[in-house]
Write a protein that binds this ligand. Structure first.
Ligand code: HEM
Length: 407
């Protein structure tokens, strides 16, 4: 079994050479990864998609594959962690279907379209602050002052969480970005307990005083007999808050970095905003902030691309490797906002495909449009080679991105 480095600064800065070398060794290779331990990883598009679309053979509930594990976590992990991790992403049907259906309506295209004016308002309010800080200090951290608070404000409003609590969620999210080992996960435990109690209180308040938002809708679904357990409710809110902002933070900042590093593509976009949808899809493919999915477990002994797999074994589908596979994408190392077709899998695929992808697309399109319309000359405040990357496995993210609004 070989050691593969998926956390170094060099890899995070440019993952393409690593994936090209791994693909040479085969579509499914065995390795050991931080936090997860021994696993197989996919290295090409076809195998990644084959795993994610076959939820009969490859399940997300370790229990269904006969493992003494809970919600993808080792059985000895503290209960707070396993409870919070026990959400729709780590469940197979029919439980998965039951939970997903409850939230789906809020994330339909039409609901997201209705939010468009509010997205622009939120973006401009934050950009006013960005502008004020840049005026005062000469530069501003784009992650801290825009890429994080923007999706956080959106998902908090959707859930119906009080506005004054947002700065705390931002700190929790920033801390999550840095959990890169089992030890770090344990260090994170007091914070997780705090989050657990926080959501417990929020649901209690929604029960007593219904308010607009998804939390109250979930409580009402529970009361109408949808059989959501107390713990399921909390895990649900935790998933939506963090899946709903942490990922978007890194697409917004990584997408901005990618555009700034490709000035000719940026110029085309600024000259024709009808290209913004394509630009966001290409940023998803090329930058791919969520580099791998949750592990899939082998339900029964089987075979895939000539490799024998035993019940209970684990596969990690590497989305970033799929998105850079030359067999699927012509010249994959070329960032091209007009790429057509662009069947990237940055949101996953199959039954666990991202629930929030329409919202994420709308958020990042709005962010780019508002940002560059107001500050067309914005640039990095430090050379991109000096940027520090988050060490967390599976996440391509910048804890900070200093920018200047004009040269
Ligand atoms: C750029 C932003 C985003 C990216 C790259 C992203 C990526 C992903 C990926 C790769 C998965 C599948 C994981 C797997 O199969 O193991 C997923 C699932 C999910 N995402 Fe996202 N996501 C983003 C934004 C959002 C937003 C804004 C929300 C919600 C508001 C959200 C909610 C979810 C949920 C609930 C699931 C689990 C779906 C299920 O199990 O059926 N995501 N996301």
């Amino acid at each position: 079994m070989q050691k593969i480095d998926l956390v170094s600064q060099d890899f995070k800065r440019n993952p393409l050479p690593t994936f090209a070398a791994l693909r040479e060794q085969g579509p499914l290779i065995e390795t050991r990864l931080p936090i997860m331990g021994r696993t197989r990883i996919t290295t090409d598009y076809e195998t990644t998609v084959a795993v994610l679309r076959d939820s009969e053979r490859f399940v997300t509930s370790a229990h269904n594959a006969g493992r003494k594990q809970y919600a993808g976590m080792q059985w000895w992990m503290p209960r707070t962690i396993t409870t919070l991790a026990n959400n729709m992403l780590t469940k197979d049907d029919p439980d998965h279907r039951r939970l997903r259906k409850l939230a789906e309506a809020a994330f339909l295209r039409r609901s997201v379209d209705d939010m468009q004016p509010r997205l622009e308002q939120l973006a401009h309010t934050l950009l006013d602050q960005v502008e004020a800080i840049a005026k005062r200090d000469g530069q501003v951290d784009f992650v801290e002052h825009f890429a994080r608070p923007f999706p956080l404000a959106v998902i908090s409003e959707l859930l119906g969480l009080p506005e004054e609590d947002r700065p705390v969620f931002g700190k929790w999210g920033a801390a999550l970005t840095q959990t890169n080992s089992v030890l770090a996960v344990f260090r994170f435990l007091p914070l997780l307990r705090k989050m657990y109690r926080y959501f417990e209180r929020q649901f209690e308040e929604c029960r007593q005083n219904p308010r607009p938002g998804l939390l109250t809708a979930l409580v009402q679904a529970e009361q109408a007999g949808d059989q959501l357990s107390h713990e399921e409710l909390i895990a649900f809110a935790f998933l939506l808050l963090f899946a709903g902002h942490e990922t978007t933070v890194h697409l917004t900042s990584g997408g901005l970095l990618t555009l700034l590093e490709h000035p000719e593509q940026k110029a085309e976009l600024l000259a024709d905003w009808s290209l913004v949808g394509g630009a966001v899809q290409e940023a998803l493919r090329f930058y791919c902030p969520v580099q791998m999915t949750k592990p899939r477990y082998i339900r029964e002994d089987t075979e895939l691309v000539g490799v024998s797999l035993r019940r209970g074994e684990m596969i990690s589908a590497i989305l970033a490797a799929a998105n850079l596979d030359p067999a699927e994408f012509e010249n994959p190392g070329h960032f091209d906002i007009r790429r057509q077709p662009n069947p990237h899998v940055a949101f996953g695929t199959g039954m666990h495909v991202c629930l929030g992808m329409k919202l994420a697309n709308a958020e990042v399109e709005t962010a780019f449009r508002c940002l560059f319309t107001r500050f067309p000359k914005l640039e990095l405040a430090i050379p991109s080679s000096e940027l520090k990357w988050a060490k967390r496995i599976g996440l391509r993210g910048l804890p900070s991105l200093p920018i200047r609004l004009s040269p």
